[in-house]
Structure formats: C-alpha cells, structure tokens
Design a binder for this molecule. Structure first.
Ligand SMILES: Nc1nc2c(ncn2[C@@H]2O[C@H](COP(=O)(O)OP(=O)(O)OP(=O)(O)O)[C@@H](O)[C@H]2O)c(=O)[nH]1
Ligand SMILES: [Mg+2]
Length: 303
C-alpha cells in the first residue's frame, strides 16, 4: 500500500488483574512475551510487543492490572497504567474478564472516562461464559459509563476473535511512519525476559504472599558462549522467614524453580543456558523508594 497510508501507533491493554491482558498481548504479537499466570498482579511494568502487517505497525502495551495501591510497588504499577492510557495510547483496549463475578471496577472506569483516545471494550474469556445475556449486560453497563467505539467478544486463550480485533486496531491507528524498525518485536532486552520468566515461574510455583514479595535481579548474563551460556539471578525477598520457603526442604523448591525457569528461558530465547539462582533478603523492598529505583520500578526523573 501507498507509503502515506501506513498506520502506526500505540494500543494500550488496560484492565483489572487477571483479565487476560498478557495472554491477549501474547496472542496478538504471536509469541509468549509477557508473563502469564493465574494469579492477579503478575505484570508489574508496561511491556511492549509489536505486531506488523504490510501497511501497519501496532505497538501493543501490556500494563499491570489496575488496583488501588497499598504499597509503593503497587503505586509504581498504577503509575504505569496512568502513563500508558493518558500519554501513550492511540487506542485503549479495555479488557474485561467476562467470566468473573466482579468483572468491573468503578475506579478503573472513572480513570478511563478521562482518556482522550478511542476505547475498545474487549470482553474476554467468552469460552467460560455459557449465557450471552451475561455479555450483553456487561456491555450495556460499560456503555452507560464510557464512550465505547467498538465492543469485541473474544477468548484470548483460545485465540477466538483475536484476528478481527487485530485488524480493527490496525485500522484505528493514525497515519504515521512505523515507530520501531521493521522486524523488531519488543523494546526489551534478553536480560529483561530472563528475569521476567523466572518471576513468572515464581508466581506459578509459590503460594500466597511469596511471589508478590520477590524481585528477580539478573546479576550475570552471558551471551555467545555456546554450551557455556549462563544466567545468574538473585531472588530478592522481603523477610528472613521467606528465604527458607523459596529454597524448600533440602533445596527441593529452588531446584524446581531453576529447572522450570531454565526451560522457559531456553524456549523463548532459542539458546541453551545454565541458570543459577540465589536468594537475597532485601527488607521491605516493596516500600523502599531507593530499592524500587535500583530495581527499575521508579525512574529517578519521575519523582
Ligand atoms: N479460559 C480462559 N482463560 C483465560 C483467557 N485469557 C486469559 N486466561 C487466563 O487468565 C489468567 C490471567 O491471565 P493473564 O494474561 O496473566 O492476566 P493479566 O490481565 O495479564 O493479569 P495481571 O498481569 O495480573 O494484571 C491466566 O490463567 C490465563 O491463562 C481466556 O480467554 N479464556
Ligand atoms: Mg499481565
């Protein structure tokens, strides 16, 4: 198509924790880029994934699930959502878990009322919804509060309705040159994914407060050493008592974590790595501004 008609822009996925934002990002961008788990608040930072066609480049932005912040880390997560919907978005995809009992949240809706760009309502997990009336009711409730440009009913996990959504998002973007070089599919580096996937496995293996209390720091990441490639990561926890839980009896839990993380990283990066894990206590890091800065959750110029 004519170069002038090329469209490009940012499509921000926003919604409550567990709505399926990261699953949708992965489905639309065609790779398992963003950590997905069945626990709410898995995603902590905005993650970009790029989808391109002949005449468009969509930059999808996965955001942390929206929640009233209770500690500083959650405040930084809420800031990520605000920045994405208010400053970056050319279109917002408002994702709703249609199978959830409390699918809507008035604070999030209030926030979306102030968004200037078009909002698409995306009712997700329709594979779990037997009765169409549930979807109709949700749609009516949202449309009564927000100006919705178009509504989609999809299953991100089963990739049902996602192609249609992708095409409509591409059409809705402004005429603009591509934001990223052709062929680039993310703005993050391999180190980031290594940390993110270890965190994903932490969320899958450990219960209750444990995964939420962890930060994964990549201490060493070697490349191009062939069979000798290795990744050394520090798992930061908040309290002394959490360290033995991460390690498990006789080291059994951390061994499992290591094995699963290594597999996930190798599959994603397409190379062999030896993963080493170490547990470090960083007292109360989720409420410690200097730690949040050090861990990259707060940029110094944001304050
Ligand atoms: N049945 C079904 N499950 C889904 C669908 N989409 C997502 N899920 C599941 O819902 C859970 C949450 O998915 P995520 O993609 O991590 O949700 P999220 O919105 O990114 O969550 P946070 O990062 O915590 O805000 C996972 O267990 C997914 O497998 C769907 O269409 N159908
Ligand atoms: Mg997520």
């Amino acid at each position: 198509m004519d170069e002038q008609k090329f469209k490009s822009g940012f499509a921000v996925l926003a919604g409550l924790p567990n709505a399926g934002k990261s699953t949708l990002l992965n489905a639309l961008a065609g790779g398992l880029l963003s950590a997905v788990t069945n626990k709410p608040q898995t995603t902590r930072q905005n993650i970009l994934a790029i989808s391109e066609g002949n005449n468009y480049q969509i930059v999808f932005v996965d955001t942390p699930g929206f929640l009233k912040p209770q500690y500083k880390l959650q405040q930084t997560m809420a800031d990520c959502v605000n920045r994405a919907v208010n400053e970056e978005a050319d279109v917002v995809l408002f994702l709703v878990d249609a199978s959830a009992e409390n699918a809507l949240n008035s604070q999030l809706i209030e926030k979306l009322k102030h968004v200037f760009c078009p909002i698409f309502l995306v009712l997700n997990k329709i594979d779990l919804v037997k009765d169409n009336a549930v979807l109709d009711t949700l749609q009516t409730r949202v449309e009564a509060e927000l100006k919705i440009t178009k509504t989609f009913r999809i299953s991100a996990a089963k990739k049902q309705g996602t192609t249609m959504l992708l095409e409509t998002v591409a059409q809705a973007l402004p005429v603009s040159p591509a934001y990223f070089p052709k062929g680039q599919w993310t703005d993050r580096f391999e180190r980031f994914y290594a940390a993110e996937f270890i965190r994903e496995q932490l969320f899958q293996l450990y219960q209750k407060e444990i995964p939420y209390s962890t930060y994964v720091e990549i201490e060493k990441f070697t490349e191009d050493l062939g069979a000798k490639n290795f990744i050394r990561a520090n798992i930061h926890v908040e309290r002394d008592s959490q360290k033995p839980i991460i390690i498990g009896k006789g080291g059994s839990m951390i061994a499992k974590l290591r094995e699963k993380s290594q597999k996930r990283i190798e599959e994603f990066l397409g190379k062999k790595y030896r993963v080493e894990l170490n547990v470090v206590v960083s007292p109360n890091w989720r409420n410690d501004t200097s730690k949040l800065e050090q861990f990259g959750y707060i940029q110094k110029d944001e304050q």
